[in-house]
Structures are given as C-alpha cells and as structure tokens.
Design a protein around this ligand. Sequence first.
Ligand SMILES: [Zn+2]
Length: 480
Amino acid sequence: MIDGIKSVHPYLTAGTWEASPLLGFVMAVDQQTGELAGNGSYAAFNGLRFEIRPSSLRPGAVTHCLNGSLHKYHNRGTHNANSFPFAELVKTVQGLEASFSVLPDRATLHGLEIGVNIRLPFSPLRVLKQVICYINKPFTQIDRRNKRLGLVCSLCEYDVKLYDKGAQSGVKTGHLLRLEVKVKKMRFIRGYGIATMADLTEANKVFPLLRLLSDVLRGIVFMDLTLSKQPLNAHEYRQFLILSNPKGWEQMSKYQLSRNRERAELLMCKHSKRQVKPLLFSLLAETWAGLFGMETEAITLQPFHRLDESGERSQPATFSHLEYKGKKVAGIKGEHPQEKTGIYSAKNAQKNGAKTAQRSCKTCRRDISTQHPRSRFCSERLYGSAGKACRNKDSNRRRDLKRIINTAMNTQQFIAITYSVGGDSYTDTLHPSELEVTRNWLDKITRIDLLPTGKGDQLETLTGNKAQAFIQQHINSISK
Ligand SMILES: [Zn+2]
C-alpha cells in the first residue's frame, strides 16, 4: 500500500501549522556544522515531518511540505510492520484534513513509496539470498553486515527495495518480506493518474499500482545458488554461472536481458527445489487484493486490461526497458497472476461483494450464507452432529499437518511442501524448522513429502487418507 509520501501544500497560509497544538516546531539545524539551515523549521509528529521553508520562488513567502510515512502515522508513529488496508489509508488522509488543514486535492505529491508486506511460509532471508540483480543493475546491501536489513537497487526515477520486515523493524512480525518501490520522480507513475493526496484515496487509481509492483518483481532476477549442480548439463552449467553473476547482467543488451530472464526462470523451474519467483507473484496479488478487501479470485475474475491499451492517456505506464514478451515459462502452471490483474471498479467490487456474500462451509461446501458472517463451517445448532463434524474435520487436518511437521523436525528430515495460492500450486523444499506453522499457512498446504535422509529411505508422499495412516504409523515408530 502507500507508505511514504513527499508533498507540497501551496494553499496553506503562513502560521496555519504553527498554530496546531500537536506540532512543536524547531529550527532546522545542519547536522554537521550545528548551524541553522536556511531559516527553515520543522515539526516531527507520529512518523510525519511538517516542514516550513522560505519559498524559493516568491521572496517572503513560505513553502509547506509534509513528508514521511502515512502507514507509521496511522500507527501513531510506532512502526509500519503490520498491514495497511486501503480503507485505513483513506481514513488517514482524511484525518490529516481535520487535524492539520491539509486539502488532499490541492496537495501535490513529489514522491511516493509503494510497498507491500508479503507473509512468507519461510524466512525472507531465503528470498534475499537468491536476488541477483534488477534488470541489469546489481543490488546493494542497505546494512553491510546484515543482508536481512535489506537490498536496494537505485535507479534514476525510482528505487527498488527488498527486506525482512521483522528484522528491519524489530517488531515481532513472523516471516514478512517487504517489497517496496520508492518513486523519486513522479513521471515514473504518470500513467496511473496519481498527482495529489486526494488521488491516494481513489481505489481505481491505487489498485492498479499492483501492476507496477508486478512489473518490478518481474524485473528482479532470482537464482537459487544452492541448487544441485550435478543434474545440469554442460550448457546449463555455463548458463548458471553467467546468470548467477550480477556482473554478467550488466553487459547485456536490452534484447539479451529479457531472453536471459526467461532462461533464468526456466533453469530454476527445471532444477531448483527452492524457486521463489512464481510464489512471490501469487502472494503479491493475494496480499494486494486483501488490502482492498477482495479475494484473489475476485482479481482473476476480472477481465485483464492492459493500461497501455485503455487509450485514456498518451504515455505508457511501463518503462521501455522493462519489456516482457508475455511468453509462458514452461512448467509454471497458468499465467503469471499479474497478467490477470484487472482494474478495480465500483461495479466489479459490487459483483465481488455479491460473490463473497454467498459463503460456503470450508469442509462440505454447503451454502452457509444465512449463518453468522464470521462462521466458516456448518453450524452445530442448525445441522447437529454433521455440523460439528465439519468443524472437527478441519481442525483435525491442521493437527495432522502439525504432527507431520513436528515429526520431520524431530528426525531432522527435510520436507517438500506444496501450497495452493490463488488456485496455483507451489512446491518448496525446506527444513521444518524454517516453516511458519500458522493457521493461514496450514490452510494453504495441500501436500507434504518427507524427503529421504539416507540412501535406504524412500520418498514418502502424504495426501488424503493414506497420509492419516502414515502419520499415525510414523508417530508410533518414534514414540517406541
Ligand atoms: Zn459443512
């Protein structure tokens, strides 16, 4: 969602902000010399910085600037590590109007941070370790000693940042990956019709920024450096060496870049048990939809509009050097979720609202629209023991999954875990200790494979009823 902003408020008259009891203005001081810097003053309040500077255009007049994190401000200045739904963003902007005389439709934006906190089933460090470059530029570590604290790739019009939100904020967040695009030149997002703070309160302008985040994610080159080199043929091995080296990408032409991004994805798809990119695409779309109170299915239901074909603007929203041929990468099921992204519209939202209004039992799919809005299963009161069974079946399933994970943890076995996100399946190999065992993730698991630890072991696949029997047997053998 929208996090940081840089804004200018030319309609404010001198003294407006100074009169606020919430703001204590101090003179801006040059950090190095300790001298007063340019007659400006500022007030810091709950993550926002209110600045009053002498106008460079009109002598004697002042310029009002409001910079900082809207998300942090919403959290009373504490952090921006939780989710910041669109509805809260709207309230935050409206609140600034009431508290600080900000007129959103007359407040021009000069910079914007668009970010999303993506919940992962494993440590974000796993993703960070695979990052090679962005298009053809290497990333730099924000903190030299700690990769978790972030990778940044700085371009002329924008920065791309990836980091472990928990490590960076010090807030206990679970496994949270932050993907952020810091817009430094507003012309980078001219195609989205966002110029003032009022535009940030319009869902039909903010929702399509998912496309911007997806485009940026597509431009990031990921390579699993830990993949087993043995199965690679000589050609693939040579490719692997070139594509896993940021220096190699710097030399490539525009045509080579898009070809090689495809090659890197194919190589990962064929040989890596830890490819993260397809999963990140799905989770990004799911998270973004969630911030607008929509289901991922609601996004995929909508027709795919390409912004460039809408004819509503003269300039394309994407930047020319990020061309993508839209070719499907073999082995990755379905289209990339970002290609199904539609434009948020009130009409569609209504349709989706109607869709979510018809709810069904998570276990038996019976229509439970008439039950309490928060109920997820058939009610015991209405359906007796059958209703109770629906609830139990679901909690038993989660309990069994937890047992499998605990078993693997005790035997130090690696597991291949298959998730279903937005209708697509992703398999990932990891040590059970890396796994986040929350209800949300357990619900996404469709299959677990315990991987062989030694020569004699068989690959064990666990699905359906067979899984049940196997788990019991496995648990018995351990408790002996
Ligand atoms: Zn049911």
